[in-house]
Design a protein around this ligand. Structure first.
Ligand code: AN7
Length: 361
């Protein structure tokens, strides 16, 4: 064996290579992978203190996946499945991350990719990704929910694989994040907290924890804490939001496709869904970065803001408990949102005097 081949086979090979036996997808083709998954579970003691302390907090940094979000777990599965089924083209509606991920995996598989995104409401890094990977990007004059409705309808007229999380393969991929957390901790955490938009991810996590639980690999399942933005909180309010609005454009969704599954997961887990304001989201996004050195997009901060709110209002009891919060997307995806709370750089002359003065001020 060549040394280069040997080192290649030793590295992490992606979630299908690692967890494929637990994934209900076609496995008769070579996986389409960018070696996604195996993301770090980062202890966050300073952030835990800022949230009142007395509990253990970890951040699952899903923004470190190949295209910068957790969507890559679902997409390696969905695109592999599409290839196995002989698809020539894939389509999705997206608030941005799904579009970038679908575009990348489709590029790798040589498939045509069409993405529908809400015009003017997609973060720059996501748009840049989708375009760079070569997808055909259609900016629709409507929101994500309109886009998903159109995608479903179009797929009944033309042969094209839908890779939104209504596609079961997506959840099969995304549930592997729950496996990784349990494998890393040796048990499920007491609470798992995450942002909820179309509700595919919370459904997938619950599936993953439930499968490990049923197989006796873990002895308990976590409570789920689902976070929505106040302007886009259909699951919390229990009604469709016609015109969802939030700075966290990733979760700007008013009629989640996996609504019932999410509700069931929240109930079974004895968890809770809650809504947080854009102001709280931006505040905690800045704190996650400053206190822990973890830069995430606004949606991720909704989960942490939900912990703060639950403790403040007294309904979240996490004393002495272990909490994992999912950092679903990288901060670089949405530089505009991040800069809203960040101080401006100070301009100084290129002189030692000016630098020394800046250092003592
Ligand atoms: C960073 O990309 O819906 O509840 O089209 O990008 O499974 O929808 C993104 C969702 C959380 C919510 N965090 O997950 C899309 C899209 C980030 C996200 C969510 C999304 P779901």
């Amino acid at each position: 064996m060549q040394p280069s081949t040997r080192s290649t086979t030793r590295q992490w090979q992606g979630i299908i290579a690692h967890y494929g036996a637990r994934m209900q997808i076609r496995r008769d083709v070579t996986p389409v992978t960018l070696l996604e998954g195996n993301t770090p579970l980062i202890p966050a003691p300073r952030l835990a203190e800022a949230l009142g302390g007395g509990f253990e907090l970890f951040l699952k940094y899903e923004g470190l996946n190949p295209t910068g979000s957790f969507k890559d777990r679902g997409m390696t599965a969905a695109i592999t499945q599409a290839v196995a089924e002989g698809a020539q083209a894939v389509i999705c509606a997206s608030t941005g991350n799904t579009a970038a991920s679908a575009a990348a995996y489709a590029a790798r598989a040589g498939l045509k990719c069409i993405v529908l995104v809400p015009e003017g409401k997609i973060a720059l890094g996501k748009l840049a990704g989708a375009l760079s990977y070569g997808a055909e990007v259609l900016a629709i004059e409507g929101n994500f929910d309109d886009g998903l409705r159109l995608v479903r309808a179009a797929s009944e007229h033309v042969p094209i694989a839908v890779v939104n999380s209504i596609n079961p393969a997506r959840l099969q991929g995304q549930k592997t994040a729950a496996f990784e957390i349990c494998d890393a901790l040796g048990e499920a955490p007491d609470w798992l907290c995450l942002p909820v938009g179309n509700a595919g991810n919370i459904t997938a996590y619950w599936m993953g924890f439930t499968e490990y639980y049923n197989d006796g690999i873990i002895q308990r399942r976590p409570h789920l804490l689902g976070a929505q933005a106040e302007g886009a909180a259909p699951i919390v309010r229990e009604h469709v939001v016609e015109k969802p609005e939030t700075i966290a454009t990733a979760i700007r969704i008013g009629n989640p496709a996996r609504w019932q599954e999410a509700k069931q997961a929240l109930t079974e887990s004895k968890g809770r869904a809650t809504a947080v304001s854009d102001e709280e989201i931006l505040e905690w996004q800045a704190k996650i970065a400053r206190l822990e050195g973890v830069f995430v997009e606004p949606a991720c901060a909704a989960g942490i803001a939900a912990i703060a709110k639950g403790r403040r209002e007294g309904w979240l009891n996490i004393e002495e408990q272990r909490v994992v919060s999912i950092m679903t997307g990288h901060g670089l995806k949405d530089p505009d949102a991040a800069l809203k709370k960040a101080p401006q750089p100070r301009t100084i002359p290129a002189s030692l005097d000016a630098l020394l003065e800046a250092l003592i001020r």
